[in-house]
Design a protein around this ligand. Structure first.
Ligand code: E4P
Length: 227
């Protein structure tokens, strides 16, 4: 399962790349705007931090398919490395995904709310779909169930599209879509850090260290011996 950072904050991306097995970075217009920096230099900076191999997801703004295609080409020409263009699943978006597929440009269909949204995008040629788990939950829907059903539809109809579950507000939602078989999750930096947070872990580690120190009077495994 891919682990993706949903942020354009350079400090956060730097830190997470250092500590976690990260596969890429997703952005959307709101995430970019939050950084208050010029658009392309920021994306180039993200690329230089994550390297050429990790996937960088960038969303189009246009409402019309032809303009979406132009924006997608611009993004792919401006950025090096593995780039995936995010396209919303409007009718124009589906048209753009078909066109981009025929031109060999990789897409992620975003703003997915129903399994049938995902089916259409996959059939049009999207490489990924991004169901918005928390936003679905907030509409009194069931985001994890939507993910489960998308995976079921893709499997039954032999669609090779991957499910990159998105929009999370808590670890339980990530847990649920992981069990459902999502191919990846994209989450905000603080939520990725929360995946490793548990009071018992800290307590256990402190006890192990205390036991060791009480016996050997040294906080390191390397006691006063020659290695
Ligand atoms: C990612 O593709 C989406 O743009 C993002 O996860 C939306 O998350 P939000 O609902 O927390 O804004």
């Amino acid at each position: 399962m891919q682990l993706i950072i949903d942020s354009a904050n350079i400090n956060s991306i730097n830190k997470l790349i250092e500590f976690f097995p990260i596969d890429g970075v997703t952005t959307n217009p709101s995430i970019i705007v939050k950084e208050q920096k010029p658009f392309l230099p920021l994306l180039k900076e993200i690329r230089s931090v994550i390297g050429e191999e990790r996937e960088l997801f960038v969303q189009v703004i246009a409402k019309n398919a032809n303009e979406m295609v132009e924006e997608a080409k611009f993004i792919c020409e401006a950025l090096s490395g593995n780039v995936v263009v995010k396209v919303p699943v409007t009718m124009e978006g589906i048209k753009a995904i078909k066109q981009l597929k025929s031109e060999g440009i990789r897409t992620l269909a975003t703003t997915i709310y129903t399994p049938i949204n995902a089916y259409l995008a996959a059939k049009a040629g999207a490489e990924y779909v991004a169901p918005y788990v928390n936003r679905i939950d907030n509409l009194t829907g069931d985001g994890a169930k939507v993910v489960t059903e998308i995976i079921e539809i893709f499997s039954r109809h032999h669609l090779s599209c991957k499910v990159l579950a998105a929009s999370f507000k808590n670890v339980q939602q990530i847990h649920n879509v992981s069990l459902a078989g999502a191919h990846g999750i994209t989450a905000a930096p603080e939520l990725i850090e929360a995946l490793v947070e548990h009071p018992s872990i800290k307590e256990n580690v402190e006890k192990f260290r205390k036991d060791w120190f009480n016996q050997y009077g040294n906080e390191s495994l390397f006691l006063n011996i020659t290695r």
